[in-house]
Design a protein around this ligand. Structure first.
Ligand SMILES: [Zn+2]
Length: 882
């Protein structure tokens, strides 16, 4: 494990390497505890580089057993070896030379799951961001692109399968029960895209014919016996390949595309060239074991990794500061893909919910950083929602500003100009400027300024002049390291809705740039005046969430109800419902904190129930409307001095009021949506299940009895319904006999299915209230709990910390201290996992003082612990300082 060195890497210090790597030949002799890696690397000195500069290669916990220069052993005075670097001196000024390095590594002992590791009998790699240096000494940075040949030698019986990137060259026996396979990847790539898999796995095969009529072999490898559960992933892959051709004109470029699903994996999935490696959670699905959300996630992540073949692999990042160049852009691409495959509006609502619950807190807390950061201490900690999700939003805004055609021209130019490059954010933006002629200098601040912009809005109508005025004022809050901010270019989609629900068409607009339905806010404060408006309109602003901002706009309940009823943009209708609900929920939290009765506004109930029973709206949208803002949404709205118990109590009281007022609506929804057709994981089927389960949840409240959910549990014929019924039972009636019976039947029925058991752990980890910590500690003693499996740790400890506000934030701080101990234990095995989990405390400063003190104490316990990994040290330090 690399312990903290405290070294900070700055973007401003970037410079190209002194040596160009021409080609890489790797030979692996696989062994569980002593794998021999021979790396033959051909370099030449870069033109113009210092003729005396040494070659410095990165390493991490490496043991070198051989070093040759042009096939001759290198004299010890010509090199210096440490576990994390190898420096070679006196190298030729102009001619190419070959360095051959032999290292011994122990895949079995690699519990941090970076580099080459072995779990459940499968050898597998994870090299992004800096895992390749755990395999051999190497210029391990994304701007070093080379062509790789890989030879793998291993015991044949245990490892019938030997895979690496690119195309298969050939294989044969190797004596003593061994065999070998050779792979060649013709596309120059950085080391983080290297992959190797060996072991014994089952396979699902298919083919895809590309737009230029090339046949590509598709293979998805899974554990034996799980092949049938990979069918949906294969279907999603083929749809992704087709979509990328049709929408972005991108064709696949090798003869074979492989996906391997493994159960011990730190990330969701990894886009290694031609050989994606997936957390099996994002591959395996069937109706009995996967929820609709699982199906949607599989579709999105299969697409995401596939899309990286162009945005990430063919065009990669110059340095890790440019991570959003591949991630933000590729998230945007997978969002668009899912929107085309499903309901665009419902998809957008889900994206915005996620952005607000995960990225907004990051952007307003101690871990806030720009989409394109300028310094880091541990790059593993920058795989954040800011880089991914806000990065995607920034790409979406470029599309909004330039329009569909302008965006497409810019993307085409990017692919044409930078194919084969390691590019920067500036290169990317320049393509859109060159293609459209539009200056994006001010817009680029989105990459550089952290913090969620706040926009204060007011409006007025002048009946005699027939003008409607909209005044906007923007402010970007201070974030760590950035106090003063410049005004941003914020594209806000809008419409003016007349009294009858029709859109009002202004005869002219002054005060700023308006293109089509987009209003461009570019100054600190700006007033747009719309002329020729016959009657006072209701303005619907930031439709489709065209900009990732917080709007402060005191619209009346009547105006919000008008938008909720009439806006042709479904996202805006959902947002209006949210804006109606939030003041009720924050008032309820305040009332609960003061021991006062909670009241629910009738207009909220009316608007919600009108949408719930409106059969002209798709069920998935109605389910989204019924899912009121979460406890963390309310906490964010309250801003500071948060009491999670009061927020929970207030929200429950509002839900109860809606349940009582809508009991008959929910009853007829529940009965009317009963499953009649055979199960289908498609969006329409998923929408019906979502609405029916929303109704079930309200009915449990109005009935105040577990009977309905117990019956739903007994009758469920798919995992969505089963897990929802179990959630209602466990969360609303944790002590009921029905709940205990359902929990234990679920555990025994799915004892052999790790991914389903993760759900069982998560459902119990999120049961609200003071019993939560004891329950989590008890579950850690369950024989199914395994601390070495990242999915299981995330399912229990991660879900408890991230998604159980009352249980985790108990006022006595015991859960924080338990969490601190767990983080320290996990850090010893898997620093990346520990650091990610630790971010659950990122909003600790917004808690009321008693809890905030306890949280600080727990963080300080972590900070004081000896031999922290650089991953955890970096997060804890920023959280205490920022
Ligand atoms: Zn990605």
């Amino acid at each position: 494990m690399r312990t903290d060195t405290g070294r900070i890497i700055h973007l401003a210090d970037y410079r190209p390497t002194d040596f160009v790597l021409e080609r890489v030949d790797l030979t692996f002799e696989l062994d569980p505890t002593e794998t021999k890696v021979e790396a033959r690397l051909i370099f030449h000195r870069r033109e113009g580089a210092d003729p005396n500069a040494p070659l410095v290669l990165d390493g991490d916990e490496l043991k070198m057993t051989g070093l040759l220069f042009d096939q001759i052993e290198l004299a010890p005075e010509r090199y210096t070896e440490t576990p994390d670097s190898l420096t070679i001196r006196d190298l030729p000024a102009s001619v190419p030379f070959e360095i051959t390095i032999t290292t011994l590594i122990n895949p079995e002992a690699n519990t941090q799951l970076m580099g080459l590791y072995r779990s459940n009998g499968i050898y597998c790699t994870q090299c992004e961001a800096e895992g390749f240096r755990r395999i051999t000494f190497f210029p391990d940075r994304p701007d070093v692109l080379a062509v790789y040949t890989v030879n793998i030698i291993a015991d044949k019986a245990a490892n019938p399968l030997l895979l690496s990137n690119g195309n298969f060259l050939g294989g044969a026996g190797y004596g003593e029960g061994k065999h070998f396979a050779a792979w060649f990847d013709p596309h120059p790539k950085p080391s983080y895209l290297f992959a190797l898999v060996a072991g014994d796995l089952g396979v699902v095969e298919d083919t895809f014919v590309t737009m230029s009529e090339r046949e590509v072999a598709l293979k998805i490898y899974v554990e034996h016996g799980k092949e049938a559960r990979a069918a949906y992933a294969m279907d999603a892959l083929k749809r992704s390949m087709k979509w990328d051709q049709e929408v972005f004109g991108r064709e696949y470029d090798l003869d074979i595309f492989m996906i391997v699903a493994v159960s011990d994996f730190n990330m969701g999935a990894m886009e290694n060239k031609g050989l994606n490696i997936f957390n099996d959670k994002y591959v395996l699905a069937d109706p009995e074991t996967a929820t609709d959300q699982d199906y949607a996630n599989i579709e999105a992540i299969i697409a995401h990794e596939y899309f990286h073949n162009w945005t990430g692999n063919r065009i990669t990042c110059r340095d890790w500061f440019q991570l959003c160049l591949k991630e933000g852009l590729t998230v945007y691409r997978d969002h668009e893909f899912s929107a085309d495959q499903r309901s665009r509006a419902v998809k957008r609502i889900a994206e915005v919910r996620h952005l607000r619950s995960e990225q907004f807190p990051e952007d307003s807390g101690p871990l806030a950083h720009p989409v394109r950061p300028t310094k880091y201490r541990e790059i593993n900690n920058f795989y954040t929602t800011t880089v991914y999700e806000k990065g995607s939003e920034v790409t979406r805004m470029i599309a909004t500003i330039l329009g569909r055609d302008g965006f497409k021209k810019g993307m085409d130019l990017y692919f044409e100009r930078h194919d084969g490059d390691a590019a920067t954010v500036e290169d990317f933006v320049k393509c859109f400027e060159d293609a459209s002629g539009r200056d994006l200098t001010q817009f680029s601040l989105w990459y550089h300024q952290a913090g969620t912009p706040q926009i204060t809005v007011s409006s007025s109508y002048d009946a005699s002049a027939k003008t409607f005025s909209l005044s906007l004022e923007q402010m970007v809050p201070a974030t760590p390291g950035q106090t003063a901010k410049e005004p941003m270019h914020i594209p806000l989609k809008f419409t003016l809705i007349g009294e009858n629900g029709a859109e009002a068409q202004p005869s002219a607009v002054s005060g700023g740039e308006v293109t089509g339905d987009v209003l461009h806010l570019t100054e600190r404060s700006q007033t747009f005046v719309f002329a020729g408006i016959g009657a006072r309109p209701v303005v619907s602003l930031n439709r489709g969430f065209s900009a990732p901002v917080n709007l402060h706009f005191s619209q009346t309940t009547d105006d919000l109800a008008h938008i909720a009823r009439h806006d042709s943009d479904l996202f805006a209708r959902w947002q209006a419902i949210t804006d109606l609900a939030l003041p009720n929920l924050t008032a309820a939290a305040k009332a609960a904190a003061g021991g006062k009765p909670v009241e629910c506004d009738a207009s909220l109930c009316d608007a919600l129930l009108a949408i719930a029973s409106d059969d002209s709206l798709e069920p998935a949208f109605r389910a989204q409307a019924l899912a009121l803002p979460s406890e963390s949404d309310i906490a964010r709205e309250l801003g500071a001095n948060n009491d999670p118990d009061a927020i929970h109590q207030g929200r429950q009281a509002i839900l109860s009021a809606i349940a009582t007022a809508g009991a008959s609506t929910f009853r007829s929804l529940y009965d009317g949506l009963a499953a009649s057709t055979p199960f289908s994981p498609d969006a329409a089927g998923a929408g019906r299940r979502a609405l029916r389960n929303a109704a079930l949840s309200f009915l449990a409240l109005s009935d105040n009895s577990p009977a309905g959910a117990a019956e739903a549990y007994a009758k469920a014929d798919n995992m969505t319904d089963l897990s929802q019924a179990l959630t209602v039972l466990a969360h609303r009636f944790p002590d009921a006999t029905e709940t205990h019976a359902a929990l234990s039947s679920f555990e025994s029925r799915f004892a052999a299915n790790a991914l389903v058991l993760d759900k069982w752990f998560s459902i119990q980890a999120t049961i609200p209230g003071e019993g939560a910590l004891d329950r989590v500690m008890r579950l850690m003693q369950n024989p199914h709990f395994t601390a070495s499996n990242p999915n299981r740790v995330r399912a229990l400890i991660g879900t408890f910390a991230f998604a159980n506000p009352t249980g985790f934030n108990r006022p006595d701080g015991k859960a924080y201290h338990f969490f601190a101990e767990e983080i320290l234990a996990i850090d010893k095995r898997n620093p990346q996992l520990a650091a990610r989990l630790l971010t659950a405390l990122r909003s600790w400063r917004l808690l009321e003082p008693v809890r905030a003190d306890q949280a600080r104490e727990a963080l300080m316990t972590i900070e004081r612990a000896p031999s922290l990994s650089s991953d955890v040290a970096d997060i804890v330090e920023r959280m205490l300082k920022g």
